[in-house]
Design a protein around this ligand. Structure first.
Ligand SMILES: NC(=O)c1ccc[n+]([C@@H]2O[C@H](COP(=O)([O-])OP(=O)(O)OC[C@H]3O[C@@H](n4cnc5c(N)ncnc54)[C@H](O)[C@@H]3O)[C@@H](O)[C@H]2O)c1
Length: 253
């Protein structure tokens, strides 16, 4: 492709939260964006934000843990927007519980959305990246990868995302494809609001309590993560690969 041609980015779990902010940010950087989430109609707001600002975007309903849906979604994106050469594996779910109470289904759900989803999406998109001689893959890890009580499934998946990222970087580097991970700390989204509800706290109190433990004394916003993703997906970031960037308002123990 010529360097003036618009690159196509795919952001999973982009109906809301970090994914939505990332999709909007990548569109502002001049990318055409495929906004993927479980329910196509739920992607409408993100798509409208992008198109209202003069960008190009489509909504794509897809469960990233389902092989056939992923293959069909990526084929549709290539057809309607162009070859996807930027991929942000952001879709995620929580199924928190202490180990002794954790069901096999809650273990499997978290593994399937994060790890199987990132694997299926990356495998489907890499052919387009290799053909283009250019690619940027960013995987959402988490500070929980370092271990977090009540998240044995999620912390294992998010640590897995880091190993997955480093291996992609090694396998795909020679084709002009980089792979990096962003590991957020506490970000104010529906996901953390649901955690507040689960532990019986109001979200404002929950955020205020979290902020006291963060060196910059505030919780993160989705745009804080979108900003880091924009760096890794940038044209100029071609020599940065296999890295894990913690975006958490300070260092983590
Ligand atoms: N919010 C935080 O504090 C935080 C911290 C660290 C990491 N993360 C990670 O960042 C990512 C985004 O988190 P968020 O806070 O915006 O969450 P969120 O719950 O607000 O949004 C997640 C989105 O993913 C979608 N999704 C879930 N399963 C899917 C599937 N199988 N296929 C397609 N889409 C699916 C949901 O419908 C939702 O729109 C996740 O991977 C999460 O684990 C979040």
């Amino acid at each position: 492709m010529s360097t003036t041609e618009q690159r196509v980015a795919v952001v999973t779990g982009a109906a809301r939260g970090i994914g939505a902010a990332t999709a909007v940010r990548l569109a502002a950087e001049g990318r055409a964006v495929a906004v993927i989430d479980l329910d196509e109609a739920a992607c409408k707001d993100t798509v409208e934000k992008i198109t209202a600002a003069g960008g190009r975007a489509i909504a794509v309903g897809c469960d990233v843990s389902d092989e056939a849906q992923v293959e069909a979604a990526v084929a549709r994106i290539a057809d309607e927007l162009g070859a996807p050469t930027i991929l942000v594996n952001n879709a995620g779910v929580l199924r928190d519980n202490l180990l002794f109470k954790m069901s096999v289904s809650d273990w499997d759900t978290v593994m399937n959305v994060h790890l199987r989803g990132a694997f299926l999406m990356s495998r489907a998109c890499q052919k387009h990246m290799v053909d283009a001689g250019f690619g940027r893959i960013v995987n959402l890890s988490s500070s929980s990868a370092l271990g977090n009580r009540g998240q044995v499934n999620y912390s294992a998946a998010k640590a897995g995302m880091q190993g997955f990222t480093k291996t992609l970087a090694k396998e795909l580097g020679k084709f002009g494809v980089t792979a990096n991970a962003v590991a957020p700390g506490f970000i104010a989204t529906d996901m953390t609001a649901a955690t507040a509800e689960r532990v019986g706290m109001g979200f404002e109190d929950f955020k205020a309590a979290a902020a006291t433990q963060i060196p910059v004394q505030r919780v993160g916003e989705p745009d804080d993560i979108a900003n880091a993703v924009a760096f890794f997906t940038g044209e100029a970031a071609g020599f940065v690969s296999g890295q894990v960037l913690y975006v958490a308002g300070g260092p983590l123990d």
